[in-house]
Design a binder for this molecule. Structure first.
Ligand SMILES: Nc1ncnc2c1ncn2[C@@H]1O[C@H](COP(=O)(O)OP(=O)(O)OP(=O)(O)O)[C@@H](O)[C@H]1O
Ligand SMILES: [Mg+2]
Length: 296
C-alpha cells in the first residue's frame, strides 16, 4: 500500500463543530506556531517563504518575498494586478523556477517537481475551473483521489462511494449532487468541487487563486464557511480581490505590490496602512472622507 493510500485511509474527515467563541478566538489571533496539531490529532504545518525571487526574461515578477503563514491560518494575499500573487503560488507549487526558500513544515519545496510537491500535501486551484465537465461530481473526486479503478468502472454509476470521497462531498456541500455532471454545476459549485478534489488528495496546504471571482453573494458566504471548515486541519492561502470577502474571512493579510511585500498584518492593520491605501487609491485616505474598497 502506498504512503498516500495509507494516509488517506487512516484519516478521520468528520468535520467537527466549533462553537462561535472558539471560532472568534481563532480569528482574533490565537498564537499559532509553524507546526501544531489539529483537534483530530493531525499534524498541521505552516508555510515559510524566504527571499523568493522569480524572473521572466530579466523581468522580476517576485522580488525577494518573505512571509510566514502559521499552521491553520487563513492568509489572504492581495495586491493590484501584476503584483506577483499568482506567480508566488506558481513558485510554491513548482510551476515556475524560483530562488530562495519555500518550506512547508520541515520540507523544502523549491527545486522539487510539481508532482512531488503535490505529494507533500500542497494543493492549489486556478482561477479557471479545471474540473472534468463531462464527468459527474463523484467521478471528478474519484479521479482526484487517484482511485485505482479502470475508466470503465469509473464511468459506470457507482454503487458505493469511498469514505474520503463521501466526506469531501459533505464538506463541500455537494452530497446531493454526487451524480450530476460537473459541467452543469453553477460556477460556485465548480470551485467547491475543485476544493473537494484537493481534500481527497489530502492537501494540507491549500492555495486558492481568486476562489470567489464571479460568485453570487450566497456562494461567497458558503465559500467563506468552507474555508473556515477546511482550515481546522489545514493551512489556507487565498488570493483575492474581493475586499468584503477578505474582511469577513481573512485571519491575516499580506499585501504584495510590484513583486514585494508592501504590508502585512490583520485586516484592520492592513486597511489602516497608508502605503496600502496609496497603492489601491493613489493617495492615503483622509480621516472622515473618501470611500474606498479597503474601508471597513
Ligand atoms: N510566464 C510569464 N512570462 C512573463 N511574464 C509573466 C509571466 N507570468 C507572469 N508574468 C508577469 O509577472 C507579473 C506578475 O504576474 P502575476 O500573474 O503573478 O500577477 P497577479 O498579482 O497574480 O495579478 P492579477 O491580480 O492580475 O492576477 C506581471 O507583470 C505578469 O505580466
Ligand atoms: Mg493572478
Amino acid at each position: 500500500m502506498s504512503e498516500r493510500t495509507e494516509r488517506r485511509e487512516g484519516r478521520e474527515r468528520v468535520p467537527s463543530q466549533h462553537s462561535m467563541s472558539e471560532r472568534t478566538e481563532r480569528r482574533e489571533g490565537r498564537e499559532r506556531v509553524p507546526s501544531q496539531h489539529s483537534m483530530s490529532g493531525e499534524r498541521l504545518d505552516g508555510l515559510s517563504v524566504r527571499d523568493l525571487r522569480v524572473s521572466f526574461d530579466g523581468f522580476t515578477a517576485v522580488d525577494g518575498v518573505s512571509l510566514e503563514v502559521p499552521a491553520g491560518d487563513i492568509r489572504f494575499l492581495i495586491g493590484p494586478n501584476g503584483a506577483g500573487k499568482t506567480t508566488l503560488v506558481d513558485a510554491v507549487t513548482g510551476l515556475v523556477r524560483a530562488t530562495g526558500s519555500v518550506r512547508f513544515g520541515d520540507q523544502e519545496l523549491l527545486g522539487r517537481p510539481v508532482h512531488k510537491i503535490s505529494r507533500l500535501g500542497i494543493g492549489r486551484t486556478f482561477q479557471t475551473s479545471t474540473v472534468f465537465e463531462e464527468l459527474t461530481v463523484v467521478q471528478n473526486l474519484d479521479i482526484a483521489a487517484g482511485a485505482r479503478r479502470s475508466w470503465a468502472t469509473l464511468v459506470r454509476r457507482r454503487r458505493s462511494i469511498p469514505d474520503e470521497v463521501a466526506a469531501a462531498l459533505e464538506t463541500i456541500g455537494l452530497a446531493g449532487r454526487a451524480d450530476q455532471l460537473a459541467g452543469t454545476l453553477a460556477h460556485g459549485q465548480k470551485q467547491w468541487l475543485e476544493i473537494g478534489m484537493l481534500l481527497v488528495q489530502d492537501a494540507r496546504l491549500l492555495l486558492l487563486d481568486e476562489p470567489v471571482a464571479g460568485m453570487s453573494h450566497e456562494e461567497r458566504d458558503a465559500t467563506g464557511a468552507l474555508l473556515e471548515t477546511v482550515s481546522r486541519d489545514r493551512t489556507v492561502v487565498v488570493i483575492e480581490h474581493d475586499m468584503d470577502f477578505l474582511r469577513r474571512f481573512a485571519r491575516s493579510v499580506t499585501v504584495l505590490h510590484a513583486g514585494r511585500v508592501l504590508s502585512e498584518g490583520t485586516v484592520a492593520q492592513v486597511q489602516a496602512d497608508p502605503r496600502v491605501q496609496e497603492v489601491y487609491l493613489g493617495h492615503p485616505v483622509d480621516a472622515g472622507s473618501a470611500t474606498s474598497g479597503l474601508e471597513a
